[in-house]
Design a protein around this ligand. Structure first.
Ligand code: CTP
Length: 450
């Protein structure tokens, strides 16, 4: 009996897949089809597969061509499978020509001609193409333009800015801030990445024009305004989602889930630090106030693990701030301390200081350590009193989480349901902290001697 194996994602099963499976079956007497797991697809860069693993397996099963279906979960599994299932022939489409020649050591390798003119990617783009425009600081948005290319069904078509654009944006329609209305009329959704004090107006107008909004964190600078924006988004039937890319890094996400399983016991403290000095070193002192201060630039990033792990109902909050100048509301460094009923937390953020950008979650049984820069993390450790019990976790991070965030935004729009990893309650809590900071509530100033 000749045993054949073939591999694929089989998303939105199409006649290209069916033709391949038919020919694979004809190569032998018994056909095993390996369908890729969601995690494995994500690792190899297929990030917006539309159907779940079970749906894809079901579709392959319904072709009646597979004698057996297995799941492909890890790099190198093909060698294991060929040995385990006594495979005589490995086959895939000719788009993979040469890629699997290393398997010739274990069985015959056959590349079958790929069917022209059809692919899952093509079908995914055809179902919807969300036209996204970017408003604000285009330099900050540059990565989004690059990353959007990995997301089928979403296309960045225009930018609205008063900045001088220093990179190639040839294919994008350009508008200035006073053409915002016109810019909105030609898109389905907008990514707002302006100075945070302009967010409210940009988001408000977009929502009133029934455009979906992905807004860079913090959504705005006052809690009431944040509430209002979410209320209006609901009334207008559009998605409003906070852009906070750390939340979409797989490692950070898995870390939050692990903590919730009780692996480090009860959480006693969450401490996050984010600092950067690049802008401060490059900018004239008198121009610094035009830039985002430490609390705006970093505060909302550092607050995410605290609010996600401990909730938003803290009892006390206290700020310690080192200002650029007595008369200028620009913090070079701020430490925020929170008291909860059963835990404490702190963030240290700075644009004019340097510190270790780590995240530490202290528990009653052990702690989690995420090394610097934790907000772009692909790695963390669970550490215990006995070093032998320590565990290390690594999850590949592609594109700093941006492409996963864009996929989530697209899915939210398609499903008409906010699937954001940052819940509305957390967006509100972040804006409240920034509001309190701006009002200098419970704030002590630090005077650093020069
Ligand atoms: N295949 C084919 N002809 C096509 C599309 C796919 O022969 N037009 C084959 C692939 O070569 C592979 C199998 O079908 O052996 C499963 O492919 P898969 O990657 O799941 O499908 P694609 O349509 O290529 O998906 P994508 O566009 O996401 O790459």
């Amino acid at each position: 009996m000749t045993r054949v194996i073939t591999y694929g994602t089989y998303d939105l099963l199409h006649y290209g897949h069916i033709r391949l499976l038919e020919r694979a079956k004809q190569l032998g007497d018994y056909l095993i089809v390996a369908v890729t797991s969601d995690d494995f697809d994500k690792k190899r860069g297929k990030i917006n597969v539309k159907q779940s693993l079970m749906e894809r397996i079901e579709a392959v099963r319904n072709t009646g061509l597979a004698d057996e279906i297995i799941v492909e979960e890890y790099e190198g599994q093909k060698i294991d499978d060929i040995k385990r299932y006594n495979i005589d022939i490995f086959t895939v489409g000719s788009d993979w020509k040469g890629k699997f020649d290393y398997l010739k050591e274990y069985c015959d390798v056959v590349y079958l001609d790929r069917t022209e003119g059809i692919s899952s990617s093509k079908l995914r783009s055809e179902t919807t193409t969300l036209k996204l425009g970017i408003v604000g600081n285009i330099k900050l948005a540059e990565k989004y333009i690059t990353e959007s290319k990995f997301v089928n069904g979403l296309e960045i078509v225009s930018i609205c800015t008063n900045d001088i654009i220093e990179f190639d944006t040839e294919n994008l329609q350009k508008y200035s801030y006073d053409e915002y209305d016109k810019f909105l009329s030609n898109i389905d959704a907008v990514y707002v990445v302006s100075n945070p004090n302009e967010h409210f107006n940009f988001v408000d107008e977009a929502i009133k024009n029934k455009k979906h909004v992905l807004c860079e964190t913090p959504i705005c600078l006052k809690k009431d305004e944040c509430l209002l924006l979410f209320k209006q988004a609901k009334e207008n039937g559009v998605i409003l989602m906070e852009s906070n890319k750390t939340a979409y890094s797989t490692a950070f996400n898995r870390l939050s889930l692990l903590v919730k399983t009780g692996l480090i016991g009860k959480i006693v403290s969450v401490d996050a630090t984010c600092t950067s000095m690049e802008e401060y070193l490059k900018t004239n002192i008198e121009d610094m106030p035009k830039k985002q201060n430490s609390m705006c630039a970093w505060g909302s990033v550092a607050l995410v693990p605290i609010f996600q792990l401990l909730g938003t109902n803290y009892n006390k909050i206290h700020f310690s701030t080192y200002y650029l100048d007595k008369n200028i509301n620009f913090d070079l460094f701020t430490k925020v301390d929170f008291n909860y009923n059963n835990a404490v937390a702190s963030i240290k953020v700075g644009k004019g200081v340097k510190s270790e950008g780590e995240l530490i979650i202290t528990g009653t049984k052990g702690y989690i350590y995420v090394p610097s820069p934790w907000w772009k993390t692909d790695y963390f450790e669970i550490r215990y009193e006995s070093q032998n019990d320590n565990k290390r976790y690594f999850y590949q991070l592609d594109g700093e989480g941006i492409r996963y965030e864009l996929v989530t935004f697209l899915k939210s729009v398609e499903n008409e349901k906010n699937l954001s990893y940052i819940e509305q309650e957390i967006s509100e809590a972040i804006t409240l902290v920034i509001e309190k900071f701006n009002n200098k509530e419970n704030l002590d100033e630090i005077f650093v001697e020069s």
